[in-house]
Design a protein. Structure first.
Length: 258
């Protein structure tokens, strides 16, 4: 009799390694957990600290401006620092495509008119740059405040965001004062003499008002500059009070139950 080949036997499949977690059994029959480490992308880690970079860019502007604002090259450097603030702020507020496009639409004219003012020396270009700059800072402040005060996990980046908002409020008012003095010459006086202030002087004046530190060598002269000064002083006081109250409500202190 001819012997039939065992066609009913299943072929043996060869695998190069364990196909599931059950293949990792040890001698005791327990499953050995094999952790998988996936490195996080560098860009994702950077975006988680976007408010920190906004804070650094604003701090660099405040530290550098007093030493370089008197020369043409220094003003160009200030423009580059504004570009850095623009990039970091757009990254901070651009959490959707629409918000990113609006931030770019407000930020780019600020830089374009600023460089046109440096090239031509015409005050009209500088006023347009300050107008778009005020609008951009207002937009960035609104988005950063929404991010900081949103009910979510408290992070160090949100704390940097709150500080960055405070600094941006002062620069926002400085831009508004710059536009104001273009339409109302002599709105501010330096050592008692009506003068046209540059951006560094306006930022200094804005911080003295926002922090209620009191007037120094720059004072408002016209009624058109006095009332905005009152509004900024109220904004500075209310911002700190409302921010502390809001953070206390959003992030309540959790202690042990009695």
């Amino acid at each position: 009799m001819a012997m039939e080949s065992p066609d009913n036997e299943e072929p043996v499949r060869k695998t190069s390694g364990p196909s599931n977690a059950a293949d990792t059994l040890g001698h005791s029959g327990r499953t050995l957990a094999v952790p998988t480490m996936t490195p996080r992308p560098f860009l994702a880690r950077m975006l988680e600290q976007r408010c920190f970079f906004v804070f650094l860019a604003l701090l660099a502007l405040l530290v550098t401006m007093p030493f370089v604002v008197d020369s043409l090259l220094g003003r160009a450097l200030v423009g580059l620092l504004n570009l850095l603030i623009l990039v970091t702020a757009v990254a901070a507020v651009g959490r959707s495509r629409l918000s990113f496009l609006l931030a770019v639409a407000l930020g780019l004219p600020t830089l374009v008119f600023q460089f046109l003012a440096l090239a031509s020396g015409l005050p009209g270009y500088l006023t347009l740059s300050w107008s778009f700059g005020a609008a951009f800072y207002a937009y960035a402040i609104a988005h950063l405040l929404y991010y900081v005060l949103r009910r979510d996990n408290m992070t160090a980046d949100k704390l940097y965001g709150a500080v960055a908002v405070y600094l941006m409020i002062a620069i926002f008012w400085a831009y508004l004062f710059g536009v104001l003095q273009y339409f109302h010459p002599g709105a501010f006086a330096l050592y008692g003499t009506p003068s046209t202030m540059n951006l560094a002087d306006l930022i200094f004046y804005s911080f003295t008002v926002l922090t209620t530190a009191g007037f120094g060598d720059i004072t408002p002269v016209l009624i058109q500059s006095r009332f905005p000064t009152i509004l900024e002083a109220v904004t500075g006081v209310m911002f700190v009070a409302i921010l502390i109250a809001r953070l206390t409500g959003v992030y309540p202190v959790v202690g042990p139950k009695p």
